[in-house]
Ligand binder design. Structure first.
Ligand code: KG4
Ligand code: ZN
Length: 336
């Protein structure tokens, strides 16, 4: 079954053709990062406009690279939630138009479910149930993947998402948006023990995250040393920050796996590209005897192949949308 996936929830306009949720025929991503960089973050209005301009060409490129036309496609999957509302509306409106004109079924896809499905493309042996750490620019959570379309959230962020914390720490260190990848690069040259950063305490649920205290600690350390005229060692701070956030993400995931009895772990979302997070998860999974699945770097960030992959499983589960489909800015993964 061939699915055309469409993604426009943030600053990437993307389209892909994926077979049976696992095999990529094409995967086109048009990023707007250069344009948002000068503002230090995504400007929603600009994102919507660029999606409008790009979406037709991106979808056409995805079909042509897959050597097919719309007639060969069995269903259209589109991200409808969560994300920037104006950005989501471009993808959903375009997909609705395409589905109506072609008579193909339309499948509404949750963006985070898409991130999770990225691992199905890379690892054909990965099957639920398993535990997944999801860390992206907008979300951080630990979820039980009970089935391809059934999720139960064990822990979630109380404030900033992991990617957001990376980007804010990067900003105060003078790196351009999005800063996560720059922290990753700088951390390779730094000493992770150089700066002592706090491990935030979260009362209530031991699997919830809180990153705002960590972010504030980075900001305060940088400002204090500026006031004293002592230059901050950017590489050391990047390494210390990455070490601390990786430790928080990974140790909670390992503890959750032990308590809930999972031996298979996956990681998903933009932050799963982080080398510190990847190395620490690999090490801890090996120590605990857990099997680990990490997405390849090209499927960690936003793309439409993951949306087409999840659309396949949603389609099999009977999920369909008609022309009344609306975009939704906020929608918990366990409420779809
Ligand atoms: O999943 P994603 O592409 O978009 C959302 O759905 O939010 O995640 C984007 C986030 C950004 O905060 C970005 O800085 C972060 O993922 N990111 C990284 C790395 N690559 C992307 N963070 C740390 N290290 C990286 N290598
Ligand atoms: Zn994303």
């Amino acid at each position: 079954m061939l699915i055309l996936g469409i993604e426009s929830s943030c600053d990437e306009t993307a389209a892909a053709v994926v077979e049976d949720g696992r095999i990529i025929h094409s995967n086109i991503v048009s990023t707007q990062i250069e344009e948002h960089k000068k503002f230090g973050g995504v400007v929603p209005e600009i994102a919507s406009r660029r999606h409008c301009e790009n979406i037709y060409g991106v979808v056409e490129a995805a079909l042509s690279e897959a050597n097919c036309t719309l007639a060969d496609i069995d269903a259209i999957g589109v991200t409808y939630a969560p994300g920037l509302i104006g950005a989501l509306l471009v993808g959903t409106s375009f997909a609705k138009g395409l589905a109506m004109a072609s008579g193909k079924p339309l499948v509404p896809v949750h963006h985070i479910a898409g991130h999770i499905a990225a691992n199905y493309i890379a690892h054909h042996d990965l099957k639920p149930p398993y535990l997944c750490l999801i860390a992206s620019g907008g979300h951080s959570m630990i979820a039980e993947i009970k089935d391809y379309t059934k999720f139960s959230i064990i822990g979630r962020t109380r404030d900033d998402a992991a990617g957001e914390a990376f980007d804010k720490a990067a900003r105060v260190l003078g790196f351009p948006y999005p800063g996560g990848v720059h922290i990753d690069k700088a951390a390779k040259e730094g000493n992770p023990d150089a700066y002592k950063l706090p491990y935030p305490k979260v009362t209530g649920s031991e699997y919830d995250f809180s990153f705002s205290g960590l972010k504030t600690a980075v900001i305060n350390t940088v400002h204090n040393s500026e006031q004293k005229g002592i230059p901050i060692n950017k590489n050391d701070m990047a390494a210390s920050f990455q070490h601390t956030i990786s430790e928080i993400l990974v140790s909670k995931t390992m503890a959750a796996a032990r308590e809930y009895g999972y031996k298979t772990i996956a990681v998903a979302g933009g932050v799963s590209a982080n080398s510190g997070v990847r190395e620490l998860t690999e090490r801890r999974c090996r120590d605990n005897g857990f099997k680990l699945y990490l997405p390849p770097l090209n499927l960690c960030g936003d793309n439409a192949a993951m949306i087409a992959a999840q659309a396949y499983f949603d389609y099999l589960d009977g999920k369909r949308a008609d022309e009344s489909l609306n975009a939704v800015a906020t929608l918990p993964l366990d409420n779809i």
